[in-house]
Design a binder for this molecule. Structure first.
Ligand SMILES: Cc1cc2nc3c(=O)[nH]c(=O)nc-3n(C[C@H](O)[C@H](O)[C@H](O)COP(=O)(O)OP(=O)(O)OC[C@H]3O[C@@H](n4cnc5c(N)ncnc54)[C@H](O)[C@@H]3O)c2cc1C
Length: 429
């Protein structure tokens, strides 16, 4: 072990960066965490507004499959820090967790602030120093890290660095993806950043938009390209967003990129079989208006009825001219034309990022020894359901362990250190 502890710089105080900081501090390094924001974990707190879905309770193989092509490269990190370890780690911070009815795992407090507060306090007790309002802009010719801080330019020497700068969504909470340009300048490949778990653009009629903007379509099932998802969709001024939409968003986004549009089918009464629905519609009293009948007897929300009108249009195929069979089919599969992807600034997460070809098994940049990467800035994507945070925590832990391994390995320091053969992960109590 060297006389002075090696200085590790972590840039990005989100879940990935903080986890890397903890692993590096536990492994014997002195750690400084830099962030451009005035407080750490801003996006984690934002995620906490929805209850903070930390991870998922499904079997590890199913969970890994959620990461698609990136699963192979994420597997070692997630197997080293699986959902069970994440839950234990939460408990070690005094935050119990529970499995929700859908198998998703949440902190019992159902928000992020108690967890984040306890975590920051523990990191400080381990000697981790926070330098906030420091925007990283790259390296100088000598390899020093450059920051723009309130007092001007700051240059920092680090023996190892972890970049955990997040994606491109919700930039006002910190992650603005300005790092992508820095990476490209340094010949580090970044695949294009794209919205993931995002909303879509729809050319609503003025009447529908005025009446239903902000209304949720509840208990629906969306289908696209052979995949279906139950959930909710919110009508926005420019289109549609929400859990049910996010679940199919990667496929719909790619279809729009390829052909300029995607037609998603919306089942407005997924719990009612088509034959039953058709039989119920056939019983419509002649004197009752269609709108009243659909609302009262078929129990469709006004926004759902509006959507049927949008799908059917005002031509000869309009809603009022349909027979029971046509109407039942439309209620079960109302086609909605998506004409674009909502801006990445409003997406839940980001696809694309530093490609895995640039990263070794320790999460170190192949062409920049001593610089590690973690979290959403790496080229992987996953649906909502806790998979985003799970991968951020796990890659943060792996990058922190990688730093420790690299700093203290016998080949670098001359003297072997027992920790070098056993990368340290954040300690459970
Ligand atoms: C509304 C919303 C709800 C969500 N809910 C969930 C959920 O319930 N479950 C789930 O799994 N995921 C959820 N997510 C996604 C999850 O929050 C992110 O995937 C996760 O925070 C990414 O972690 P990260 O550490 O990689 O990056 P971030 O959390 O984005 O942290 C990156 C940090 O780097 C800093 N930074 C960036 N650039 C610089 C720079 N140049 N210099 C200095 N600092 C910089 C930023 O300020 C930021 O603090 C949600 C996201 C949103 C937007």
């Amino acid at each position: 072990m060297p006389a002075t502890l090696p200085h590790v710089v972590v840039i990005g105080a989100g879940p990935a960066g903080l986890m890397a900081a903890e692993a590096a501090a536990d492994g014997g390094a002195t750690v400084t965490v830099y962030d451009r924001m005035a407080a750490p974990g801003r996006k984690l707190l934002l995620a906490g507004r929805g209850g903070l879905n930390l991870t998922h309770s499904e079997n590890i193989e199913l969970l890994l499959a959620r990461y698609g092509a990136a699963a192979t490269r994420l597997r070692p990190a997630i197997e080293s820090f699986p959902p069970e370890a994440l839950r234990n780690w939460c408990e070690s911070l005094g935050q119990t967790t529970f499995v929700g009815s859908s198998g998703r795992i949440f902190p019992t407090a159902f928000r992020a602030s108690p967890l984040l507060r306890a975590w920051i306090a523990r990191l400080k007790s381990k000697g981790v120093v926070f330098s906030l309002r420091h925007q990283w802009t790259g390296w100088d010719e000598a390899g020093l890290l450059r920051f723009v801080a309130p007092g001007g330019l700051v240059e920092v020497r680090a023996e190892a660095t972890v970049l955990a700068l997040g994606g491109a969504s919700w930039p006002r909470f910190g992650s603005d993806a300005s790092w992508a340009e820095t990476m490209r300048r340094n010949v580090i490949e970044v695949s294009p950043l794209k919205p993931a778990n995002c909303g879509f653009l729809v050319s609503w009629s003025d009447i529908f938009r005025t009446r239903f903007e902000g209304e949720p379509l509840k208990n629906i099932e969306l289908s696209f390209d052979g995949r279906s998802a139950r959930g909710e969709a919110l009508v926005t001024r420019t289109g549609i967003e929400g859990g049910g939409v996010y679940a199919l968003s990667a496929q719909m986004r790619d279809a729009i990129a390829a052909s300029g549009e995607a037609i998603v089918e919306i089942n407005l009464r997924p719990d009612l079989g088509l034959t039953t629905l058709e039989a119920e519609i056939a019983l419509r009293p002649a004197k009752q208006s269609l709108a009243t009948f659909l609302r009262k007897s078929i129990r469709l929300q006004p926004v759902a009825i509006g959507l049927l009108h949008e799908s059917a249009g005002e031509g000869p195929e309009r809603l009022s001219s349909m027979n029971a069979s046509q109407l039942a089919k439309l209620i079960h599969a109302a086609p909605l034309r998506l004409i674009g992807v909502a801006p990445i600034e409003r997406a839940i997460s980001t696809a694309g990022g530093i490609t895995f070809t640039e990263i070794d098994s320790r999460f170190m940049l192949v062409n920049r020894p001593g610089v590690f990467v973690a979290g959403e800035m790496i080229d992987w994507e996953a649906p909502t359901g806790g998979y985003l945070l799970q991968a951020c925590f796990a890659t943060g832990a792996a990058a922190g362990a990688g730093v420790v391994n690299w700093l203290f390995s016998s080949t670098r320091m001359g003297t072997p250190d027992p920790r070098s053969s056993q990368p340290s992960l954040p300690k459970s109590p």
